[in-house]
Design a protein around this ligand. Structure first.
Ligand code: NAX
Length: 335
């Protein structure tokens, strides 16, 4: 039998957790031949809910689910982990300032970064979903340094990427499979820059640049960007709950592509510690277009893309926000 992969989901009693675990357990993420040891972490107050999720997973009778375990302490959660989906985070409560939320969450990710260093495999790969996702990933990587390399940390902007693909397909009357190479630059926040300058659309067998296919620059530089940036808020307004099904699906897409590699000629958006590409400061967890080599499972930032002044302005704004968040987070870690 293929050795099982040990996969951790934090915040597994929450709403994204509920949608994510089935995709990991049923082979959607790691393949139908790959057994998975699933570890579900949440806070002790949620242990009953976690147990309910474990029971449901058992009742799914999944051939790929080698084992499933509910835990409420970091040592049991992080020991021997191959992949970690860090979803759990403190939700924003009424009256809470953005800075308070950042400080509370940064402490969780400082502790989990240390736990990764102490207990996880040095090869472990991490996706941070819990917000503020980029900065939480930056902090987790910082506190795991020396044991888990920073290139193994990432934050999720795949939901924004998928939203951009979907909007482009809707606008051009095509389907998702016809659209590729959209890019999300920067932060998973309203300053993100959804960019279709390098995207293509295949309509009726002919592939063309997205700008030519849409033939409406004002739309692509206005309503298109705003729709993607604000989609999360609109979902909350409609559902009275934040995105969960689409967020879980995006996290699974992100790890699936990290594990199996990206398709030839295609790139995906991932927030990763900058290697200095495009002038983004080293280490800042910034969303870039990346390709992943299936053999090494290393991501590479796509090089050589050109920016016009419009794009430069958008990228500078999201970079500034991330630098401020990083500085606030570092201060909160010292408090
Ligand atoms: P829920 O509030 O439904 O679930 C969060 C769960 O995390 C809860 O069960 C809570 O008990 C648990 N938790 C809190 N602190 C923990 C800790 N220290 N260790 C382990 N578990 C802990 O939120 P949900 O809707 O599932 O969203 C989870 C996170 O994803 C939030 O931070 C949310 O803002 C973020 N999102 C990020 C997205 C992205 O694209 N990066 C999109 C979707 C989502 O909004």
């Amino acid at each position: 039998m293929t050795a099982p992969l040990r996969v951790l989901v934090t915040g597994a009693a929450g709403q994204i957790g509920y949608s994510i675990v089935i995709r990991i357990a049923d082979g959607t993420v790691f393949g139908k031949e790959q057994p998975v040891e699933l570890v579900l972490l949440d806070i002790p107050q949620c242990s009953n809910i976690l147990e309910g999720v474990v029971f449901e997973l058992q009742d799914c009778a999944l051939p790929t689910l080698y084992s499933v375990q509910a835990v409420t302490d970091e040592k049991s959660a992080f020991t021997g982990v191959d992949y970690a989906f860090l979803v759990g985070a403190m939700p924003r409560r009424e009256g809470m300032e953005r800075k308070d939320l950042l400080a509370a969450n940064v402490k969780i990710f400082k502790s989990q970064g240390k736990a990764l260093a102490e207990y996880a495999k040095p090869t472990t790969k991490v996706i941070v979903v819990g917000n503020p996702a980029n900065t939480n990933a930056f902090i987790a990587a910082k506190y795991a340094a020396g044991k888990v390399p920073s290139k193994n940390f990432s934050a999720m902007t795949r939901l924004d990427h998928n939203r951009a693909l979907a909007q482009l397909a809707l606008k051009t009357g095509t389907t998702i499979g016809d659209v590729k190479n959209v890019i999300i630059w920067g932060n998973h926040s309203s300053t993100q820059f959804p960019d279709v300058t390098h995207a293509t659309v295949n309509k009726n067998g002919t592939e063309s640049a997205a700008y030519a296919a849409v033939a409406d620059d004002a739309f692509l530089q206005g309503p298109f960007i705003a729709t993607v940036q604000k989609r999360g808020g609109v979902i909350i307004e409609k559902r009275k709950l934040s995105s969960a099904m689409s967020a879980a699906k995006a996290a699974c897409d992100h790890i699936h592509d990290w594990h199996f590699g990206t398709k030839a000629g295609q790139f995906v958006s991932m927030a990763v510690p900058s290697d200095g590409s495009y002038g983004i400061p080293q280490g800042l967890v910034f969303s870039f277009p990346v390709t992943i080599d299936a053999a090494t499972r290393d991501w590479k930032i796509v090089q050589g893309l050109n920016f016009d002044d419009f794009a430069k302005g958008k990228i500078a704004a999201t970079q500034k926000e991330l630098e401020e968040e990083r500085d606030d987070a570092l201060k909160a870690c010292d408090d």
